[in-house]
Design a protein around this ligand. Structure first.
Ligand SMILES: Nc1nc2c(ncn2[C@@H]2O[C@H](COP(=O)(O)OP(=O)(O)OP(=O)(O)O)[C@@H](O)[C@H]2O)c(=O)[nH]1
Ligand SMILES: [Mg+2]
Length: 367
């Protein structure tokens, strides 16, 4: 018969139904070795192995630490991050990636809070990320305003991570893409990316999500809301937020937008863009928004667009990575700064043409 010695429990011959009937202590559900490994890993700098294992077990601490490596600019951290990502890749991709954009103050964070809570209540695991390349804001604003996600930020089924700290938009976008993969490997099945709909960051966000939601206000002018053709064409749905303030006015604004959309051809997805009203406060329209996202996913999976879009997004990463690496190598060459400065002076003094100078510099650096 088994004794209290735990090791004996790992021995198969003692795990008979009789032992269960006898009320004998059964082996723990979570193996001790895993718990021990997690504890050890928390004390020191975790290895790639520990990070990957932690992420795949849905360990938020390990997920956060891996994300910190992704965000680090140290070469060693980057190398480690890449190994973790590579190992997590086979477990990623199984989420719905939802982008939310709109001018500052339109209610993106508040909507994500309401929508996120609605989803976790339905057993979804929701990760919220942000793309905000402007340094001052990201020091704590876009999602640092966790006060606007009070409930979601303490929800065990939600994970909120502020925008990677300022840098080039390309850098921030790349990091966010990698963070999406890690969150997916950790079991998050809905990824929401918030981005301010001014400038180029919405283009970056669009390039990494399946569905792009544009939030608008009923009472602001079109120019003010970035109602440029570009952003509307990128959107898979447009919602007039804060509709509860004045439903009539919101309906009027929705009508205007619907009319404008009629002028556009059907997007590549073949999905007709819906315009609806919502309120992050009263939760009006939120269920409808989510239903629409689900319908879109089913529709585009059926016509193949969903997969094609992800493939194209992946190829874009390939090209961007090549470009970035080449640029880095070129500009990080020793003395390159001085050489460019010298060439610039020569060009301004008409000693050499810009083309020749560029070719010379490229030749020197890349040959
Ligand atoms: N009346 C009303 N106010 C709302 C609603 N949603 C958000 N707000 C308010 O609008 C303000 C801005 O909301 P945020 O969620 O921070 O907006 P945001 O788009 O995330 O803003 P940035 O992150 O700064 O770009 C806050 O004061 C919210 O309380 C809504 O549905 N109705
Ligand atoms: Mg916000």
């Amino acid at each position: 018969m088994p004794t209290d010695d735990h090791h004996l429990y790992s021995n198969f011959e003692y795990e008979s139904a009789l032992n269960v009937m006898d009320g004998v202590k059964q082996p723990q559900q979570v193996s001790n070795s895993y718990v021990e490994r997690v504890k050890a890993a928390r004390r020191k700098e975790p290895t790639v192995e520990e990070l990957v294992s932690g992420i795949l077990h849905g360990d938020r601490t390990m997920l956060s630490r891996a994300i910190t490596l992704v965000e680090s600019s140290l070469h060693d951290h980057q190398a480690k991050a890449q190994q973790v990502i590579e190992r997590c890749l086979p477990y990623s991709g199984k989420s719905v990636r939802l982008g939310i954009t709109g001018v500052p103050g339109v209610g993106k964070s508040t909507t994500i809070e309401s929508l996120g809570c609605m989803l976790t209540a339905h057993n979804h695991k929701v990760a919220v990320l942000a793309i905000d390349p402007s340094s001052e804001r990201s020091k704590g604003s876009i999602l640092g305003d966790k006060t606007r996600m009070e409930r979601l930020s303490v929800d065990p089924n939600a994970f909120i991570r502020p925008s990677p700290s300022a840098g080039s938009l390309g850098g921030v976008a790349r990091k966010t893409r990698e963070i999406i993969l890690l969150c997916e490997a950790a079991g998050f099945d809905v990824i929401i990316v918030e981005t301010v709909g001014v400038g180029q960051s919405e283009v970056a966000a669009h390039s990494m999500v399946d569905f792009f939601l544009l939030l608008q206000l009923a009472n602001a002018g079109d120019e003010l809301q970035g109602m440029k053709r570009g952003i509307m064409e990128m959107s898979d749905m447009i919602a007039i937020n804060k509709a509860e303030i004045d439903m009539q006015r919101a309906e009027l604004a929705a009508g205007h937008i619907r009319n404008a959309l009629h002028l556009f051809p059907l997007p590549d997805s073949q999905w007709p863009v819906k315009v609806l009203l919502c309120s992050a406060y009263t939760e009006l329209g939120l269920q409808e928004i989510w239903n629409n996202v689900m319908e879109y996913v089913a529709f585009t999976k059926a016509n193949g667009y969903f997969y094609e879009k992800r493939r194209q997004q992946n190829l874009r990463i390939l090209n961007e990575t090549i470009e970035r690496t080449l640029m880095d190598r070129f500009y990080n060459q020793e003395g390159m700064e001085e050489r460019i400065k010298k060439a610039s002076e020569d060009i301004l003094d008409n000693k050499v043409s810009a083309y020749t100078a560029a070719e010379q510099l490229l030749g020197e650096a890349l040959l």
